[in-house]
Design a protein around this ligand. Structure first.
Ligand SMILES: Nc1ncnc2c1ncn2[C@@H]1O[C@H](COP(=O)(O)OP(=O)(O)OP(=O)(O)O)[C@@H](O)[C@H]1O
Ligand SMILES: [Mg+2]
Length: 444
């Protein structure tokens, strides 16, 4: 028991005993005197309890009551506690004011959502970009204010690993980059950034590349035609022209490939995703690609091994998927030395569809792997140039996969070979529809 409690009990016992003894000796009424002492003690205790209750109700208006003895100690403890609390409250208020000041000065928008996706707080930049009125919109569900289907889907999917591009609900020409960060107990923080300028520049770049490639296409086709004619004529005339003509024709073919790849890339970057929900007969398509792969392998006589699940179809865009498969297979053929083994697999795994191209080529050093899907990135520019590579193939692969909710995984060991593996989410996997003409569907 606390020492003060013991003292208080001892005092009460002593006073009651003295009153009982004195009352008994002097007036022969010990019980009456004890009762009087206890009544005085109880009324004093009640008075102090009422004073404390009164102070608790009007805490800010009235001063802490004064007391004596044990109650003096109690009031003193409460006074010290209250003083400490006031200090803590002032410190917290000060910190919160400073934090809100800093968040208000941020150029990026910030919105705090509770676990029901209702707005708890928003800074001025978020109000400007997303049309939130703070504090009037506190308690409003965010999906009442941001109604873009992509945003709603993103919120429902509950997977916030990716950023989201959206037009601003206030100005359609303004592009926003949104990121949702879950924190605490199911709360979320939305961070948004105005990327109008960057998006415009990116669109201009893609459009420019697209236009230039388009313009270059016709002169290159004309040149290529004339070169072919010249090569045919030259066979019968001068032998000295044979080599230059061959080189010119080779370079023109490279330019043609470059222009085709650039056009494809600019289409993938600028055009909205369309026709990505057709049923594509992948086994049929791979059978056609196999024929051209054998032709491409030619003198190198690779061992081409196709392991194809004939029942596995995919929802997607025919042209784009053809480009993806062709790029990966042609890389394996291009970079694998003569008579090497190249395995192409199309199969189902854990509900997903997977496409693997496994080669026994030179492999790629670990530090290059994260950069392979950048435009014009080549591990060995000289070797790539020799083989006619431009460094755009894997950039195309990356874009096509993005547009098909797919992922690329590259595993490679130097001097052993590489495995380029694509996986497509189960929502895109379809079984072979009954009575489908394979050739027809692969050629659509
Ligand atoms: N299977 C492979 N084995 C070894 N290296 C590879 C393989 N596939 C790609 N690479 C390396 O990755 C680089 C990028 O490949 P990418 O397909 O993007 O370009 P490219 O083949 O050079 O040209 P293209 O645009 O004609 O495809 C290549 O230059 C090559 O160095
Ligand atoms: Mg390539």
């Amino acid at each position: 028991m606390h020492r003060q409690h013991q003292n208080e009990i001892w005092i009460l016992v002593a006073v009651t005993a003295v009153a009982g003894v004195l009352g008994g000796i002097l007036f022969h009424k010990a019980a009456l005197f004890i009762a009087i002492v206890l009544a005085i003690y109880i009324s004093n205790t009640l008075r102090n309890v009422f004073k404390l209750h009164h102070w608790l109700i009007n805490r800010n208006a009235s001063d802490l009551p004064e007391g004596h003895g044990f109650w003096g100690e109690v009031f003193n403890e409460i006074f010290l506690m209250e003083k400490e609390n006031k200090g803590n409250r002032a410190h917290l208020t000060n910190m919160l004011t400073r934090f809100q000041g800093a968040a208000a000065a941020l150029p990026d928008g910030m919105v705090v959502l509770n676990k029901r996706n209702k707005i708890e707080w928003a800074n001025p930049a978020a109000c400007r970009m997303l049309g939130i009125v703070f504090p009037d919109d506190v308690g409003q569900a965010i999906n009442n204010l941001l109604r873009h289907p992509d945003f709603l889907q993103h919120l429902l999917a509950n997977d916030f690993s990716k950023e989201l591009h959206l037009p601003s609900p206030r100005k359609l020409e303004q592009s926003l980059l949104l990121q949702i960060i879950p924190y605490g107990s199911s709360q979320k923080l939305i961070i948004c950034r105005d990327v109008t300028h960057v998006s415009k520049l990116e669109a201009m770049r893609s459009k420019f590349v697209g236009n230039v490639s388009h313009e270059l296409r016709s002169p290159i086709t004309v040149l290529s035609g004339y070169l072919e004619t010249l090569q045919n004529i030259q066979i019968k005339s001068s032998k000295e022209l044979e080599r230059p003509l061959f080189n010119m024709s080779d370079q023109v073919k490279r330019m043609e490939r470059l222009v085709t790849d650039l056009l494809m890339l600019s289409k993938l970057e600028t055009e909205p995703v369309k026709f990505t929900n057709n049923i594509v007969n992948v086994p049929g398509m791979l059978a056609l690609i196999k024929e051209s792969a054998e032709l491409m392998s030619g003198e190198k006589q690779h061992e081409l091994c196709f392991e194809i699940d004939e029942q596995l179809y995919l929802l997607g865009n025919q042209e784009e998927l053809r480009s993806l498969f062709t790029n990966l297979i042609s890389n394996a053929i291009r970079y694998t030395p003569a008579r090497g083994l190249i395995t192409i697999k199309w199969y189902r795994q854990a509900g997903q569809a997977r496409f693997d191209v496994i080669d026994t080529g030179p492999g790629i050093a670990r530090q290059h792997i994260p950069h392979l899907t950048q435009r014009f990135y080549r591990v060995d520019a000289d070797r790539s140039r020799e083989t006619g590579g431009t460094g755009l193939g894997l950039a195309i692969v990356k874009h096509v996969l993005e547009r098909h909710d797919g992922q690329l995984n590259i595993e490679s060991v130097l001097d052993k070979g590489s495995n380029f593996s694509c996986s497509f989410v189960s929502e895109r996997v379809v079984a072979k529809p009954p009575a489908t003409s394979d050739k027809l569907s692969a050629n659509q």
